[in-house]
Design a protein. Structure first.
Length: 330
């Protein structure tokens, strides 16, 4: 107890020792200089640790396709090119060509459904083939004089119309992207900049040199910027990414916070895939005959899909960050 009281009333002070040595003095000043250079050059100038950064962006994208083109010697407009079932705010599909079949719903037989397999693995594969085409009724019916086949109920092609025409001028379609970006901690921005006028927007098409901020993209240019060939891409379809990046330092003028655009093919691996290359999908249009029978036109569409990908990194001065840097350096 007495020891604690004695220690409490004890006075301490530091004792400085002056070492008159050129070697130690130079080393001391060099170390101090390196610390100052690191703190100012790396922490503040390069890393800009005095800024608060925001990468958690919230974005909204609206796209619109305009233009006309020729398909199978027929003029097509946007209502025929853009497939509604494949469109959301983030991506748009432009159909380049399609195969069509007229289907009616009935029971039918087919040579592919004849069963001559003996191994269970072959039988299982045969059943999977039938389920992919329709629902088996369970009946075995006569296909010809020598073969019986399983009866299938489903949509049956009345004709075999492979409507695959030559595309022309489809790459002249334009894609307009309207983008709003919210940086949660900082600000709201959009890709329609204040400098864009109604007269400018009617005449511009995006290009990296002359119109880097024009939000209207010509389809052929987008595919070329993604290092793809339109003719080859149109044969099997594909997915093209339009990347919109926001890298903004708001300590500078807000007028310098502008989007940058880049383009790439997102399904590059499917291009090398011999099983299912490219991008395609099926959709149907339903009709009714005069006798009341329902039928449909099934289209297998080969399309070019455009996905809009938004990313960003915005930074601005923050006093709290400066305090943390100073305390961390101490």
């Amino acid at each position: 107890m007495w020891m604690c009281i004695t220690d409490f009333f004890t006075y301490e002070t530091t004792k400085s020792v002056v070492v008159k040595s050129w070697t130690i003095g130079i080393i001391n000043r060099v170390v101090q200089l390196l610390i100052i250079i690191y703190f100012i050059g790396w922490v503040f100038v390069y890393e800009k640790a005095y800024q608060i950064r925001d990468t958690a962006i919230e974005s909204s994208v609206m796209t619109k396709v305009k233009g006309f083109g020729l398909y199978n010697n027929r003029v097509m407009d946007v209502a025929e090119y853009v497939t509604p079932s494949q469109v959301t705010h983030e991506h748009t599909s432009v159909r380049v060509h399609a195969r069509t079949h007229r289907h009616t719903q009935d029971t039918h037989t087919d040579r592919r459904h004849t069963h001559t397999h003996k191994l269970w693995s072959e039988i299982f594969g045969f059943l999977m083939l039938m389920l992919a085409i329709g629902l088996p009724t369970g009946r075995c019916v006569r296909f010809n004089d020598t073969l019986n086949t399983c009866e299938i109920r489903g949509w049956y092609a009345d004709d075999d119309n492979d409507d695959i025409g030559d595309d022309d001028n489809n790459d002249n379609l334009t894609l307009t992207g309207l983008l709003s970006v919210v940086f949660v901690c900082v600000c709201l921005r959009g890709n329609f900049l204040p400098t864009i006028t109604p007269q400018y927007i009617k005449a511009c098409n995006f290009d990296h040199e002359n119109n880097p901020y024009c939000p209207i993209f010509r389809v052929g240019d987008v595919i070329r910027y993604a290092h793809q060939n339109f003719t080859m891409l149109a044969q099997k379809g594909g997915v093209i990414g339009i990347k919109i990046g926001w890298m903004c330092d708001l300590d500078k003028s807000e007028d310098e916070c502008n989007p940058s655009y880049s383009f790439t093919r997102l399904d590059a691996m499917s291009e090398k895939n011999s099983v299912s290359p490219g991008y395609n999908f099926r959709y149907a249009k339903y009709y009714k005959m005069d006798n009341g029978t329902d039928y449909r036109t099934l289209l297998k569409a080969y399309a070019i899909r455009f996905d809009v990908l938004v990313n960003g990194n915005v930074s601005v001065f923050n006093a709290v960050c400066v305090c943390f840097c100073v305390m961390g350096d101490d």
